[in-house]
Design a binder for this molecule. Structure first.
Ligand SMILES: Cc1cc2nc3c(=O)[nH]c(=O)nc-3n(C[C@H](O)[C@H](O)[C@H](O)COP(=O)(O)OP(=O)(O)OC[C@H]3O[C@@H](n4cnc5c(N)ncnc54)[C@H](O)[C@@H]3O)c2cc1C
Length: 478
């Protein structure tokens, strides 16, 4: 690979990629591949503040890395607009992702959920392939090289300054090995093209701590008004018992949502480790349903996690910002209405709730059924003939329409992605080129796009990183 031009205090690169995560590595790879296809060999430098690259690839999918999903559409994403997301996704398909990794010796397999994982079931195989591909395409990966600021100078070069104090601290804890890139000696990089791939704020200890927003802003971009954790576990807490009677509602006030029955949070939190298929429905304060998510729901010591809770989380947070009464309701029998569940319990009245609900087709976990019975005041092990009508109806409601006292979320430290970022309206969607700053490209989680659980966020990183890399290299030739 060609050495970058070096002076005593700076390095001059053709293309600098800031952030060598999924999107940045993809962008660096495709910049190199496109340039080589056109007969040129630009210097491509990927700078990352992390001591070790690829932290998120390695933790993804529980260490197996859910690389993509067999069916990806703009409906699987939030943020910006569906049309804008579609325009980017259309230029890099799931088949392209599959072929890319297969070419690198990492075949993917599809699981019954539609998620695609490496056949190896090991995220290291994905990260190794990404690093190999980037290096083979001529990219130099310098880390830790934390970018403090970027400005565009009068000659049209990007002047990239290092956060020397932070890197010194990182190097003190993780000394650079003998293969460390010589670029580490320098604190300044000048680049003809800049690709910003700094991610969002999820899992900040990985190095993605939102520093990229200031860089994008300094180069003329806006950041959405709100940047919030998405795919984030939810906290449950019971309201303290009211010590004084509620003031009467003023006349004509909208009907307040019925509060969750006391003890729901404690009941679900005590089930830590229990998982069940559930649908979580998001309602406005006035009761209108706006979103729902179906999938495994995991009870934890703090509240709720698992795909259903993670998928609905960004919509709840978003809605609550404008509607304090927005709330979630859970159904553990997603195929049944409350009325149908009541009818089912009536039909099965010779059985106990445990006998009726813990076997197929419902197959609910016994501890969950016991907890819901306790909330409804129904004895779990006695035949339902002994249930009063109100208790049976309360059980049907607890099974299908349980209000959840969600008081907050676990924040960026526990989130899998970020809602908010650079609006796609500020980018040319065929190239991810900035509309605010020439020769700047933006990709990955830094953009205002967030996908649901299932490999969609990586597909976004691949699609947007590919476009940015190809376009940055092509623009050098113009
Ligand atoms: C626990 C967890 C599990 C996940 N599992 C999945 C999954 O299975 N499937 C899926 O599709 N998605 C998953 N995701 C989401 C996915 O990891 C992200 O959407 C994706 O990694 C985003 O890629 P990115 O390159 O845009 O950002 P990142 O991967 O966050 O990479 C950004 C890089 O930029 C560097 N950086 C940031 N600021 C600077 C700076 N100022 N200077 C230099 N470098 C900087 C960071 O060190 C980092 O290496 C998961 C996320 C988490 C947290």
């Amino acid at each position: 690979m060609p050495p970058p031009h070096e002076t005593h205090d700076r390095v001059i690169a053709d293309i600098a990629v800031v952030g060598a995560g999924a999107a940045g590595l993809f962008a660096a790879t495709w910049a190199g591949r496109r340039a080589h296809a056109g007969g040129s060999r630009p210097t491509i430098l990927a700078l990352d503040g992390a001591a070790k690259l690829g932290a998120k690839v390695l933790v993804a999918g529980g260490g197996r890395c859910n690389v993509t999903h067999h069916a990806v559409s703009s409906d699987d994403f939030a943020g910006s607009t569906p049309g804008a997301v579609r325009a980017v996704l259309a230029r890099w398909s799931v088949a392209d992702t599959v072929a890319f990794f297969a070419d690198l010796g990492v075949p993917l397999k599809r699981e019954p959920t539609g998620k695609l994982f490496p056949v190896s079931d090991d995220a290291h195989s994905v990260l190794d392939a990404l690093l190999r591909a980037a290096r083979a395409a001529g990219a130099r990966l310098a880390h830790p090289w934390r970018v403090a600021s970027v400005s565009a100078d009068a000659d049209g070069l990007f002047d990239i300054r290092r956060d020397t104090a932070r890197d010194a601290d990182t190097l003190a804890r993780h000394p650079a090995g003998p293969d460390a890139d010589p670029v580490l000696r320098h604190d300044r990089v000048l680049a003809r093209r800049l690709i910003l791939a700094t991610g969002g704020m999820a899992l900040p200890r990985s190095g993605s701590d939102g520093g990229g927003y200031a860089i994008a802003s300094a180069l003329g971009h806006s950041i959405t008004e709100h940047v919030r954790p998405a795919l984030v576990p939810l906290i449950l807490a019971d309201a303290p018992p009211a010590s004084t009677p509620n003031a009467p509602a003023p006349p004509n006030a909208p009907a307040a949502p019925a509060p969750p029955p006391p003890g729901v949070a404690e009941a679900l939190r005590s089930l830590s480790g229990v998982a069940a298929l559930a649908t979580l429905r998001l309602h406005t304060g006035s009761g209108k349903r706006t979103h729902q998510a179906t999938g495994p729901l995991l009870c934890t010591h703090f509240g709720l996690s698992g795909p259903a809770a993670l998928d609905i989380s960004r919509h709840l947070t978003h809605l609550r910002h404008t509607d304090a009464g927005a709330h979630l309701r859970a159904s553990f029998l997603p195929a049944l209405t409350t009325q149908a569940a009541d009818a089912m319990l009536l039909t099965a009245r010779a059985l106990s709730p445990l006998r009726a609900l813990c076997v197929p087709p419902h197959a609910l976990p016994e501890r969950l059924v016991r907890a819901l019975c306790a909330l409804a005041g129904a004895p779990p092990a006695e035949p339902m003939t002994s249930l009063t009508k109100p208790a049976r109806r309360a059980l049907a409601a607890a099974l299908t329409d349980l209000p959840l006292p969600v008081t907050g979320d676990r924040g960026f430290t526990h989130a899998e992605t970020t809602a908010g970022g650079v609006p796609l309206a500020e980018l040319h969607l065929a190239t991810m080129a900035s509309r605010a700053q020439s020769h700047l490209f933006v990709c990955g989680e830094l953009c205002d796009v967030d996908g649901r659980i299932g490999g969609f966020n990586f597909q976004w990183a691949w699609a947007s990183g590919h476009l940015a890399g190809v376009a940055a290299a092509s623009s050098l030739a113009q």
